[in-house]
Design a protein around this ligand. Sequence first.
Ligand code: NAD
Length: 410
Amino acid sequence: MTPKALLHAAEIIHEARHGGDWGISTGKVAVDLDALRAKKDGIVGQLTGGLVGLAKRRKVEVVRGTAKFTGAQSLEIDGKAWTFDQAVIAVGSAPVRLPGWPDDDRVWDSTAALELREVPKRLAIVGGGIIGLEMATVYAALGAEVTVVEFMDQIAPGADAEAVRILHAALEAEGITLHTGTKVASVKPTKAALVLTCEGAFEGEIRADAAIQAVGRSANGGKIAAETAGVEVTERGIIPVDASCRTANDTVFAIGDVTGNPMLAHRATHQGHVAAEVASGHAAALDTDLIPSVAYTSPELAWAGLTPTQAKERGIAHKLASFPWAASGRNLSTGGGDGLTKLVYCPDSHRVLGATIVGRNAGELLAECVLAIEMGATLEDIALTVHAHPTLSETVAFTAERALGTLTDL
Ligand code: NAD
């Protein structure tokens, strides 16, 4: 959640800087880092305080300490023995640390980056996944010269390539340097800078005042002696679960990042509901195939269901339709910049199989598509639903109309 508060600050800065396009000038934008940090900490405090309140109202006792399993239905917390009828493991994940990097205060993981200690003049970010790109958005807005190094051929690997190109261009337009197909071969700490030597599409050195490692997270399953409880833990610290979130031990459930990818909060919450229901004797399961992904960058990139590449790789018959946001009245009238809504659909049944949206508020707009995929909705269902005008949500209906050949807005 913390990054969302900082991403909102980045958006305020962005809007203020671009006010001139609308004849509104606010002068040079100044950032009071202490005030921003205090605002962010206040929001985090409010949210975590809210969770404590929710637990209290439900008479949940919270015990603070480090837990380790000692048997199939027992564990200890800081040395004190506990027994349980059923347990849920929700120990999450930790940032992956790149091997061979120096132990240096200027090397941050995502947690350190969110502390907002300072705005480095030159910031290198290794990893162009969701965390790397969100951090790039925040720190570039705060005034850092940001360079992202991504190993794969595109940033946000796995997302629709055409949509990613739009995000890539927008980030570059904000002054962020993006090196894809590149890896950091070595890092040398000197007094003046961290010197990152890169290999691949970009060969050369990056000199940075701080570097963020955003190369994924590893599951924490190996840290709680779960095997003692008969729970399987993979080499990578992942605890495999079935659709009911049950582990290899029938009385122990696992939810969230510790159960592997996608490591997303909304998946964890749904798994939590499933585990609680199954533990209380109800039938429940989670279809993990349809978990939306959102990068809260500027613009946002959001997708769910099949991407065109996945449909092709899996040999699934499909067609694509898209609607460019240059033709969206709402986008134009709010200075939204470039954007795209794209649907992947079945050519025979017209059912929607996947959706990708890049543009302002894409994360919010995606919900309609997720519901459509979940409900087995067809292009006709979407196109014949009256969407309010002018809204960005119309782009979803326009995409469906374009697929059906009934679009009059393009
Ligand atoms: P990620 O796996 O999404 O991205 C890591 C990126 O680093 C990948 O693109 C990978 O190719 C690249 N990489 C790996 N090793 C590299 C190397 N040596 N050099 C250069 N690039 C390298 O991981 P993340 O961005 O760290 O995020 C971790 C998890 O947290 C993910 O599951 C993510 O979805 C989740 N998360 C989600 C949100 C959100 O939903 N908005 C926000 C934060 C985190």
